[in-house]
Structures are given as structure tokens and as C-alpha cells.
Design a protein around this ligand. Structure first.
Ligand code: SF4
Ligand code: SF4
Length: 381
């Protein structure tokens, strides 16, 4: 495993990190085995944005006895309310949620305290000027976090965060599709000939942000390196061709200021696929020639299953509904296993009351109400 210094924090992080969000699908033994395998291979960075108490506890048990080998990115503002994920700025919810994180991870501190998911400029200013940041400072002073970070999908917010000077690291969504994606616009038109050179077509606000990080030595950790798995599947990729995990990781790790890619891992096989990066040949790393031959497509409006649209007014797990719909749409006949998974959901898309609360929370402009209608038609409930 190769290591990089995470910007000004001075922390030595493995260039491949463990994005732990999918451990919710695993039993305790598998989570433990996964964590051990990570340690064996030298992975030392884990991201825990998840607020589900069961998931936090499972991760805590997996890190037991090996806490010293890990650098933890713990999120401030990711809360669990009435059985659902709620991104909150209300300290009455945020404080107990962060204390709960420490307790369940069986630790008294995390190395990186991440202000969770800020995509709006106004919200960023409110956080930094108000009692939310005062709480972050309190955590710093008490040694419960060692460094302050922030997670965002917005280059505008990310840039402000670097300029602010109090944010030491940023967790940012980076992959070849997002980098070419203008924040708002007709992507088919604006993509132009961007694929001929991956950096020539980079969206200017993102390029500016990367350059600023490089200049200020603010280290980036990467989420959504595979765009929710979509880049690995030619039929779902906006490029119309499949990249390998190694190519996606290489793309992210070759952006300016990037120090680690947090790979969302569901099983040991996926971990091994990511670890192959460490020994990959130049040919295996070469994403550019794949992209150069790709047909051009837009990306905006496609779900990456990130879950940021939650909570739903009636308790629909929107990310899972979209995931099952996308899986079903790949085949002419809906696969029985996908249908069974869908039907096992506590609340299905048919329950959507079209309140519209979720749509503004989606960083990717997914027409969620429309997607719920399509899922209902597809699965019949
Ligand atoms: S529009 Fe539908 S999916 Fe979105 S929050 Fe409302 S009920 Fe839930
Ligand atoms: S609809 Fe948007 S916010 Fe919700 S899971 Fe999909 S991409 Fe994420």
C-alpha cells in the first residue's frame, strides 16, 4: 500500500480507503473479516458517515483491538431519527448523534471530524458563522476530533471551505463523469470534445477548486469514485463504456490534491478489485483510452444511490428503490431476485405522496417523484 500525506493535517493515509457505508448488508463476521483484510493490506482510512446505530456498532466491533491502526473520518450532522437518516444542523440532534458515533465505534475521538454534506453556499456560511461551528470547535478543544473536514459535492462550497481556512480536509465526489459535468446546463452540448483529453474538458469550477487545494495544501479524500457503480457498467455509464475499478481509482488519485479514494465496498471480492490498483500495469491503469473511444452522454439526473435525499416523508428508501429499478431496467424481464428485494422493502415507491421534499436534497437533480412513479409501474407496488 502506498501512503500520502493528507494535506496540512500531516496524517499519512493509505491511497485506498474503506468507505464503510455498505457494511449494512453484511453480518458481523463479514464486517470483521473485511476490516482485518484492510489492515492486512495496509488500508488505514475509514469513512463512517452512516448514522444507523446497528451499522455503527458493527463497525465498532470490527475495529476492536485495532483502533490504533485506523484513521477515522467521522461525520458531524448525520443523525438517525425515527429509523431514518436525517442530515441535521440542529445541535439538539447533532450532539447526541456524534456522541453516539464515538460510543459505538468504541473510541474517545476521531482523527477527522467531517462537517457532513454541505452543498449550499448559504448553508455553508450559516454553519461556519453559527453555533454549528462553535460545536465543532468545542469538539476540537476537547480532543474528540483532531482535524476539521467537510464533505460536499459542490465545487463552489468546497472552494469556500478552503478559502475559509478552518477546514483542513475535504471529502469530495470525484470521477471522470462528474469532473466533466457542468453544475447546471445542457450537458450534451457542453461536453463537446472533452473526452479527447480528460483534463481539457474539466468543468472550470472543479478545476479551479482542485488548483486551490493544491496551492493551499488542503488534502482531498474521494467519495463516489465509481459514480455509485455506474461507471463500471457500460449500459449504465454516461460514457457508454465500462471502466474498471482500477481505472476509476487511478483517475481520482491522479487529480490534484487527492490523497485517498474511499471505495464503497460490499464484499471481499470488491475489496480485492480495489487493491489490484496497487500492482496494476500501465495498461490496466489507462482510463483515458477507454474514455476517448466512448460515445458522449450527459450524466445529470442519474441516481448514484448516495442517500442524501433522505428522509422521505413516508419512509421510502429512495436510493434502494432507484437501485432496484435501475437493476431491473437492465433486463427485459424484471429478475425475480430484484423483484423479491424490492418487495421486501418496508415502504415501496407506490406509497409516495409526491410531497417533493426529497428532490431539492438530491445533489444530482434526479427527478425523484417521476422515478417513484416508474418504480411503482415496474414492480406493481
Ligand atoms: S416526494 Fe415521495 S419519495 Fe420524495 S419525500 Fe415525498 S413521499 Fe418521499
Ligand atoms: S435520488 Fe439523488 S440524493 Fe437520492 S440517492 Fe439518488 S442521487 Fe442520491
Amino acid at each position: 500500500m502506498r501512503y500520502r500525506t493528507l494535506g496540512n493535517t500531516g496524517l499519512q493515509v493509505s491511497e485506498i480507503g474503506f468507505g464503510a457505508e455498505w457494511i449494512e448488508k453484511m453480518d458481523d463476521a463479514d464486517v470483521k473479516a473485511m476490516a482485518h483484510r484492510c489492515v492486512q493490506e495496509g488500508i488505514n482510512l475509514v469513512d463512517c458517515w452512516m448514522c444507523d446505530p446497528a451499522v455503527r456498532s458493527a463497525l465498532g466491533r470490527a475495529l476492536e483491538g485495532e483502533r490504533g491502526k485506523w484513521i477515522i473520518q467521522g461525520h458531524i450532522g448525520s443523525t438517525w431519527q425515527d429509523g431514518q437518516y436525517v442530515r441535521s444542523r440542529d445541535l439538539a440532534a447533532v450532539r447526541p448523534a456524534f456522541e453516539d458515533l464515538l460510543e459505538r465505534l468504541q473510541t474517545d475521538h476521531v482523527e477527522l471530524g467531517m462537517i457532513h454534506y454541505v452543498d449550499q453556499v448559504d448553508e455553508f456560511h450559516d454553519i461556519m458563522a453559527g453555533d454549528f461551528y462553535a460545536y465543532v470547535q468545542e469538539l476540537l478543544d476537547a480532543g474528540k476530533i483532531e482535524h476539521v473536514g467537510l464533505s460536499t459535492h459542490s465545487p463552489e462550497v468546497a472552494k469556500l471551505a478552503v478559502e475559509d481556512g478552518r477546514i483542513e480536509t475535504i471529502m469530495f465526489s470525484i470521477n471522470p463523469a462528474f469532473d466533466l459535468m457542468p453544475a447546471s446546463a445542457d450537458l450534451d452540448t457542453l461536453f463537446g470534445d472533452a473526452y479527447d483529453d480528460s483534463l481539457a474538458g474539466i468543468e472550470p469550477a472543479r478545476a479551479e477548486f482542485y488548483a486551490l487545494c493544491e496551492r493551499e495544501n488542503v488534502g482531498l479524500t474521494v467519495m463516489k469514485g465509481y459514480a455509485g457503480g455506474r461507471l463500471l457498467d457500460a449500459q449504465k455509464s454516461p460514457f457508454g463504456v465500462a471502466l474498471t475499478p482500477v481505472q476509476c481509482i487511478h483517475y481520482a488519485l491522479t487529480r490534484p490534491a487527492v490523497d485517498s479514494v474511499l471505495v464503497g465496498i460490499e464484499n471481499i471480492a470488491q475489496l480485492e478489485e480495489a487493491l489490484a490498483y496497487e500492482t496494476a500495469s500501465d495498461e490496466e491503469l489507462d482510463y483515458a483510452s477507454v474514455l476517448a473511444q466512448a460515445p458522449k452522454h450527459a450524466y445529470f439526473g442519474q441516481c448514484t444511490y448516495c442517500g442524501h435525499c433522505q428522509p422521505c416523508a413516508v419512509g421510502i428508501n429512495i436510493a434502494l428503490v432507484n437501485k432496484f429499478s435501475d437493476l431491473a431496467a437492465l433486463k427485459e424481464d424484471t429478475p425475480a431476485s430484484v423483484k423479491a428485494h424490492y418487495e421486501a422493502l418496508d415502504v415501496t415507491a407506490g406509497e409516495c405522496i409526491q410531497c417533493g421534499q426529497c428532490e431539492p436534497r438530491c445533489p444530482f437533480g434526479v427527478p425523484i417523484i417521476q422515478r417513484m412513479e416508474q418504480a411503482e409501474q415496474l414492480f406493481g407496488c
